[in-house]
Structure formats: structure tokens, C-alpha cells
Design a protein around this ligand. Structure first.
Ligand SMILES: *[C@@H]1O[C@H](CO)[C@@H](O)[C@H](O)[C@H]1NC(C)=O
Ligand SMILES: *[C@@H]1O[C@H](CO)[C@@H](O)[C@H](O)[C@H]1NC(C)=O
Length: 327
């Protein structure tokens, strides 16, 4: 009964208010549609008009658009994942492969001879002497990467080789064999120098020709003297995608860019495929002092006397710390 009393009352008021209410509603909707037409919601103008801050926050919050992987990238990822997931073959007689890149003979041959003596069966030596091979190796040219890959391929033929050390003719050992052997064998790491260099001799060498697979944010630099475990050596053998990008676009160009493949290919490659598996530094120290062949007798003599690194530290007055080799 109370309802019937109230209803007439409201019915009595609404005829007066309804037209105003409808007019207001229609005007607001029209205004909104006109605004939406003039300032489409995705345009920067809309962001600016309504809230410049809000728009920025929104774009920050949204995940970056995902690039669709190329077929080559998918192939590369599958191969890399399987190599890394396969446990290394256990060797009864694990060896370290010492691989020398040299334009000729080894000036420190005597010194290395003393380093290796008594450790037969625990190492292999491979020498890439460009005089004997038709490949012309020039520092900084891509043929350097090819020489490194050839050394790795030959060293991988021996299944006992578990760790691979790249050295040049001017490198010397800073510790005795046992120290180096235990250090490298027990670290399940590859010691590959890898860092971002934002300057002209780092990211300044990056070329957008390597897109889409190699973005500038992934570009890395590092001295070429690495040591790597067997799985990583296999990854280098299996890589054709990044290898071909660096081969084709990491060379002198008319625009003055030359990306020095041996300083960028491996650091960038491992940063892309297994960043957590490399130490980001190399056990090989690159010394500004270059050792002369005349130093050999003295070093060899000292090694003999002191059975290791003590006398070497005196001669070069350096603190070797974590380093195993110096070049
Ligand atoms: C290295 O060994 C540690 C434990 O000894 C393990 O946690 C780590 O995952 C290993 N890293 C690699 C790259 O195999
Ligand atoms: C090497 O650097 C990468 C990033 O570039 C990082 O993910 C990785 O953990 C680093 N490795 C070590 C051993 O700290």
C-alpha cells in the first residue's frame, strides 16, 4: 500500500526532470565521441592532453613487444640446448689441449717444454702455424676466427681433451702445470673475457647489418685468449648462425666500421647462448710488456730452480693472482 502511495509522487516529478536528464546524457556522449574522434586514444596527443605522466607509466608497464624468432635462431637454440643439457663424456684420462696460434715457431718453446715435462698424458699441444697452412692469418681479420675454429676442431678429435686453452707465441705460463691443470679441470666454467664497451672500440664497432639476430644490447667485447670446456668448444663448432653474421658483417666497411671479429664474435656468441656458463674474464693476462726470446733462458732457469711461479714473480715483479698465463 505504501508503494502505491509513493509511485504516484515520483510519476508526478519525472515528467519535469526526464527531458533535461536525457539532453545532458546525449550531449555528454556526443562530446565524448567528438573528442575521441579528434584525439584517437593511441596518439601521443591524447597522452599529452590527458596525462603525459600516465602515458609513460603505461608504456613502461607493458612488456616489450616480442620479436618472432627466425628459423635459423630456432635451429641454433635447439642445438645449443641439447649440447648444454648433455652431460660431458667422462674421460679416464682427462687432458688439457693447449692450442697455439703463431706466425712461425714458438720463441718460448724451451719454457713450455719445462712446463709440460713430467706431465705426459695430461695434455695435448696443437700449433696453428700460418707459415705451414695456406690460410693467411691477420690479426683482427676474420681468418683469425677460422684459425681458432680449426684448432678447436683438431683438438676435439681427441675425446680425452676436456678443456681447451688458446694461446699465442708470446704467451708464457705464470704457474706450474699442476696448478693450471687443477684450476681449469675443477672449474666447470669457460674463462672467456666478455664485457660491454660503450666506446668507439666497443659498441662503436657494432653494425645494424647484424640485425635482427645480434642486437646492440647483446654486443660484447673481450680479449681473444680463452680457455673453454668441451661443451663450449662443441657449441663453437655447431654455430653457423652467429658465425655467418660476424663473417659477413664484421669486417672493414666503407663507412669506416670494422668490428674486429676475434674480439667480438666469441664474447657476443656466449653472451647470447650461455651467459651464466662463462666467467666473463680470462685466465690469460694481456701484458703491455712483451717478452723477448732472450728472456727464455732466465725464465726457464728460474722455473727449474724454484719449481714453479715464485721466481717468475720476482722477475716480472707482478702479482699474478688469478691468472694462469700472460701474453
Ligand atoms: C658448476 O657447478 C656448480 C656446483 O658444483 C653448479 O651449481 C653449477 O650449475 C655448475 N655450472 C655449470 C655451468 O655447469
Ligand atoms: C657474466 O655476465 C653475464 C651477463 O652479461 C651474467 O649473466 C653472468 O652471470 C656472468 N657470469 C658470472 C660467472 O658472473
Amino acid at each position: 500500500m505504501g508503494d502505491t502511495k509513493i509511485l504516484p509522487g515520483s510519476r508526478h516529478r519525472s515528467p519535469l526532470k526526464r527531458p533535461i536528464w536525457i539532453i545532458l546524457m546525449v550531449s555528454f556522449v556526443s562530446l565524448f565521441l567528438v573528442c575521441a574522434y579528434i584525439y584517437p586514444p593511441n596518439s601521443g596527443v591524447a597522452c599529452y592532453v590527458f596525462s603525459s605522466r600516465g602515458c609513460k607509466v603505461l608504456t613502461d608497464w607493458l612488456p616489450p613487444p616480442k620479436r618472432e624468432l627466425t628459423d635459423e635462431e630456432i635451429i641454433s637454440r635447439v642445438v645449443v640446448r641439447d649440447i648444454l643439457d648433455t652431460p660431458p663424456v667422462e674421460s679416464k684420462n682427462p687432458k688439457i689441449a693447449f692450442m697455439f696460434l703463431t706466425p712461425g715457431s714458438l720463441p718460448f718453446e724451451k719454457l713450455w717444454d719445462m712446463f709440460f715435462r713430467g706431465n705426459e698424458g695430461r695434455f695435448s699441444v696443437y700449433i696453428h702455424a700460418s707459415k705451414e697452412k695456406p690460410v693467411h692469418v691477420t690479426w683482427g681479420a676474420f681468418s683469425m676466427v677460422d684459425a681458432e675454429r680449426r684448432l678447436l676442431a683438431y683438438a676435439l678429435k681427441d675425446p680425452d681433451n676436456q678443456h681447451f686453452v688458446l694461446l699465442s707465441d708470446s704467451c708464457i705460463p705464470l704457474h706450474n702445470f699442476d696448478y693450471v691443470y687443477n684450476y681449469l679441470m675443477h672449474a666447470n666454467m669457460s674463462f672467456i673475457d666478455c664485457f660491454v664497451d660503450p666506446g668507439p672500440h666497443g659498441n662503436g664497432r657494432y653494425s645494424t647489418r647484424m640485425l635482427p639476430e645480434v642486437e646492440e644490447k647483446d654486443f660484447r667485447k673481450g680479449a681473444q685468449w680463452f680457455t673453454m670446456r668441451r661443451q663450449h668448444a662443441l657449441l663453437v663448432m655447431a654455430d653457423s648462425l652467429y658465425y655467418s653474421r660476424f663473417r659477413d658483417y664484421c669486417r672493414p666497411f666503407a663507412d669506416g666500421k670494422n668490428c674486429i671479429a676475434d674480439e667480438h664474435y666469441l664474447p657476443t656468441f656466449f653472451n647470447l647462448v650461455d651467459p651464466g656458463g662463462i666467467a666473463n674474464w680470462s685466465v690469460t693476462r694481456v701484458d703491455s710488456k712483451s717478452y723477448r726470446a732472450q728472456d727464455v733462458t732466465e725464465i726457464a732457469f728460474s722455473l727449474n730452480l724454484w719449481n714453479g711461479h715464485m721466481k717468475l714473480e720476482v722477475i716480472f715483479n707482478g702479482n699474478f693472482g688469478q691468472y694462469s698465463f700472460s701474453c
